[in-house]
Design a protein around this ligand. Structure first.
Ligand code: HEM
Length: 116
């Protein structure tokens, strides 16, 4: 359920790409969503280890708190090699812009029902 945050309606904030690039945990959360729910399913265990089915955004964050880049042969949501997705960076920027705008400008509440 998404409820507009009334108090903030007057100053609705839209993040620019410089700000979006600093959102390290959001980057990790989006990578985890795409890793666990890719357009085409893959066998994960040999690539990501025993906790491969757990949602762990920290997989994508280095010890220094920066974005940790994994090679595309491990992260297959965008494919790898000559057929790799040309829009990967555009897609990440768009996903971050939408997620950051909703999280910042609205009160988001769970419906109480688990996603299936
Ligand atoms: C989360 C969003 C996206 C995902 C998961 C995704 C995933 C993929 C995948 C798996 C392929 C390879 C298809 C194949 O092997 O035939 C692909 C190809 C491609 N994607 Fe994306 N994509 C996304 C968003 C975008 C966006 C926003 C753009 C454009 C701005 C884009 C442009 C392309 C292009 C041009 C190719 C063809 C590359 C080639 O074969 O030379 N994608 N994408």
């Amino acid at each position: 359920m998404i409820i507009p945050a009334d108090k903030m309606a007057a100053k609705w904030w839209k993040f620019d790409s410089k700000e979006l690039n600093k959102l390290v945990y959001l980057h990790g959360a989006l990578c985890e969503a795409l890793r666990l729910y890719p357009p085409v399913p893959f066998q994960h265990k040999s690539i990501w280890g025993d906790d491969c089915l757990e949602f762990k955004p920290q997989r994508w964050i280095s010890e220094k708190g920066r974005i940790k880049h994994e090679p595309s042969y491990k992260f297959l949501a965008f494919n790898a090699g000559p057929r790799t997705c040309l829009g990967k960076e555009v897609a990440f920027t768009q996903m971050k812009a939408v997620a950051a705008a909703i999280i910042h400008n609205y009160n988001v509440q769970g419906s109480g029902r688990a996603a299936t």
